[in-house]
Structure formats: structure tokens, C-alpha cells
Ligand binder design. Structure first.
Ligand code: ZN
Length: 414
């Protein structure tokens, strides 16, 4: 019920978003974006609905969800800070279905809006954004709940399922999932060796193929992860077969996986470009990321017309915070592992990017670009068993870091 409905303006929506992203992208990649100020909160009560508008200085990711006992809706805006005038403010509305709105600065550059309401008196709500200037809008419609009438995803498209309805408590660490709040461990990890079959991925000057390298890397990683008690590891492919991008997260969802790791080898038009980078699903403000995403998305069968739904999922993906955290941990450990034995290992960072293979997953998901096949030095290293083992070890270390951050230390068999 919280999926925005689009009309014929969808094209305008896309164009505006692209312009906005372009305008904000002048700073170059790598550096963490500055905090953007949430400078105003406005609300209107119409006879048919209540609208709440948050005004921001620039495009930012956000997540939202329901909290129960007492009933609340929240929106977390990432990489943002609250104008001091708004800090800790609350606004009493007094409507029978909606009592008050609160806003506060949370940890680590996250602003949280909380709406206290009564879900038994709310028919539906939606959270969406408008560009120029960037605003996040929440519309709440009173009436009897229409939970059974929630909109279905278009046929054939994996739907990002909402969080479980019942939550025991408000997240304490900025939008972390139920599993994380409860300190539950990771039971299943899906490893996704990129490409396969008729799709070789990128190809080196000596004919070496990305699809073969990443399968070998994932098999090595699987062996390492097999040493952790209670964790099952599933590969999206164990042989040289083609699997459509869109089916890969479907596999992960079916397995009820807790983590999804897609492994790739990078390629650039610039043969000098080197390094390791890790992505989580997000809009990109970086032309280099767009180039990588375009290459990795090349075999998608999705039409541009489906992009509007996809973009909505990207900015509303409830797993952005965790995926980003996972990406940072894997990226850091991978660079550490390679740097310990190899010189000039370039850390290109953990960053957001619009990768089809990450869309539709219900769990924290990342895509690792382990090195460049287009660079002579890295292509030579990728042929070495030792280098491949270091890559697997680095990703493994990052995954273990992440699992430990959930509050449970995995028991590693020696
Ligand atoms: Zn690839």
C-alpha cells in the first residue's frame, strides 16, 4: 500500500532526477557527501488526507517504515542534519487518526521524522519525493486499513517485500532491521558469481573472462565460509551457465538469504584505472559508477518503462543502511588483505550505484568489483592463485566483520 502511484508525469520525474543527480555530482567520486540540512517541516490537514513535507537542500537517500505499540510511521533521511530550529520539535495535530509529528537528529547524520498515529484508522499512506527543490512527502489517508489490497508488483518482477509488520521496538541504530536489533546471526549467505554462459563479462587482452575468474573466487570464498558453524552458503551458479540478472536476487529471496554478495571483475575504458570498489544499491552521482553500472547491467531485459518503479525501490530500499555498512566492511577488509601482499592496491571506496542485480533483494546486498581486467598489472595478478585467494580472504574477513557487528561472533572451525 505504500508504493507511490505514478501517472503520465513519470517521464518528467525521471528527467528531473537525472538533472538533479547531474547537478549534485560535481564533487567527484570517493569523498563522503556532506550532510545536507533538513531546513523545514510543513504539514497540511485536508478533509481527505494529511500531507507532511520535509524540505532538504539536496537529494538524499531515505528509508521509512512502520513501528507498532505505539503505532508510528518513521522516515530516516541519511547524510542529513536538522536545522537547529527544528531540533526536537513536535507538532500536535489532534486528528483522530494522527496525533502528532516529531522530528529529531539521530546518530551518524540521520534525521528521523516520526508520525504518531493509529493504524486502525489509517486506510493507506505513501512516502515519495519531489525534486527541484528536493522534498520528501508523506501522505496519510484516514479510513479503514486496506492491508489486503496492497498493490502487487508487475508480473515477473521480484517485489521488494516490506519489513515484518510487528516490530518489538524502535531501531536503536538508525534504521537497522529486525534481525539486527535482535542480534540474530546470519544463517544463509548467497554468493553470486557475475555473468556466465553466453555472457562472458569483461574479457582481458589474453582472452581471460570475468565469468571464469569470479566463479573461481566465489568457490574459494565458499570454502572459507564453510568454516563458520551454522552458516549455509549458496551460489547462484556453480558452473558456467547464464542466469538473468533479475533472477539472481530471486534465488537469494527464495533461499531466505541473510546476505547477498555479487562478485565481479571491473573493466574501464581507461587502462590506467586500477583498484577495488564495492557497491550497494543506490542512485549514483558519479560518472565512473554510471559506466561500471552500465556495463554490469548490459544483459538486463528490463525496459526503460520499468525504470520508474525500480528507481522508487532504489531510494526507498529499506536495506540501504545495512547494505552500505556491509559494503564498507568488505571494501575495507579486501583492500587490507590485498595490500598486505601487493603494492599499489588502490581503494576506490564503498559507494552507491544503480545495479540491476541488487534490485529486489530482501537482504543486505553488495556488488564487489575486485580488480580491473583492463589494467595490465591487475590482469596479471588476477591470473595468480595467491592473488585470488587474497581476494576471497578479504571478502571473507569483511563478511565476518559484519556478522560480528550484529552482536554474535560466528564460531570459526579451525
Ligand atoms: Zn561483471
Amino acid at each position: 500500500m505504500n508504493r507511490p502511484s505514478f501517472s503520465r508525469e513519470a517521464g518528467v520525474f525521471l528527467l528531473s532526477l537525472a538533472l538533479l543527480a547531474g547537478a549534485a555530482g560535481g564533487g567527484g567520486g570517493g569523498a563522503a557527501p556532506a550532510l545536507v540540512e533538513v531546513y523545514a517541516l510543513r504539514h497540511y490537514t485536508h478533509p481527505n488526507f494529511t500531507r507532511i513535507v520535509l524540505d532538504l537542500g539536496a537529494l538524499r537517500e531515505y528509508t521509512y517504515g512502520e513501528l507498532h505499540a505505539p503505532d508510528r510511521l518513521f522516515v530516516d533521511i541519511l547524510q542529513s542534519k536538522l536545522n537547529p530550529i527544528l531540533h526536537g520539535q513536535s507538532y500536535a495535530l489532534g486528528a483522530e487518526y494522527l496525533s502528532q509529528i516529531r522530528i529529531a537528529q539521530r546518530d551518524r547524520g540521520i534525521v528521523r521524522l516520526v508520525v504518531d498515529l493509529d493504524f486502525n484508522r489509517v486506510k493507506s499512506y505513501r512516502v515519495y519525493y519531489l525534486p527541484d527543490p528536493f522534498r520528501i512527502v508523506m501522505d496519510i489517508y484516514p479510513g479503514r486499513p486496506e492491508k489486503a489490497a496492497a498493490e502487487k508488483a508487475p508480473a515477473g518482477e521480484p517485489e521488494a517485500k516490506p519489513e515484518p509488520k510487528a516490530r518489538p521496538a524502535e531501531p536503536s541504530a538508525g534504521g537497522y532491521s529486525l534481525a539486527r536489533q535482535l542480534g540474530l546471526g546470519i544463517k544463509t549467505i548467497v554468493l553470486d558469481p557475475g555473468h556466465g554462459g553466453t555472457d562472458p563479462g569483461c574479457v582481458g587482452s589474453g582472452g581471460e573472462k570475468e565469468k571464469d575468474i569470479v566463479l573461481d573466487l566465489c568457490l574459494r570464498l565458499q570454502k572459507l565460509l564453510a568454516g563458520i558453524q551454522g552458516v549455509e552458503v549458496v551460489l547462484t551458479r556453480e558452473t558456467d551457465i547464464f542466469i538473468p540478472l533479475e533472477n539472481r536476487t530471486v534465488i537469494a529471496n527464495q533461499k531466505q538469504s541473510d546476505l547477498f554478495v555479487s562478485v565481479h571483475v571491473n573493466s574501464s575504458l581507461n587502462p590506467q584505472r586500477t583498484g577495488v570498489e564495492t557497491f550497494y544499491l543506490n542512485l549514483s552521482l558519479d560518472p565512473d559508477v554510471d559506466q561500471t553500472a552500465a556495463r554490469e547491467n548490459a544483459t538486463s531485459t528490463k525496459s526503460i518503462g520499468q525504470m520508474r518503479d525500480i528507481l522508487t525501490k532504489i531510494v526507498q530500499n529499506s536495506k540501504i543502511v545495512e547494505s552500505r555498512d556491509l559494503a564498507h566492511k568488505v571494501q575495507g577488509r579486501l583492500v587490507d588483505a590485498l595490500s598486505a601482499s601487493y603494492s599499489e592496491v588502490r581503494n576506490l571506496g564503498a559507494k552507491g550505484g544503480p545495479f540491476w542485480v541488487l534490485i529486489g533483494s530482501n537482504m543486505p546486498s553488495i556488488l564487489v568489483e575486485v580488480s580491473h581486467l583492463s589494467n595490465a598489472r591487475e590482469a596479471a595478478r588476477l591470473k595468480e592463485e595467491a592473488y585470488r585467494q587474497k581476494i576471497a580472504q578479504g571478502i571473507y574477513d569483511g563478511l565476518v566483520d559484519y556478522m560480528q557487528s550484529l552482536g554474535k561472533v560466528p564460531a570459526v572451525k579451525k
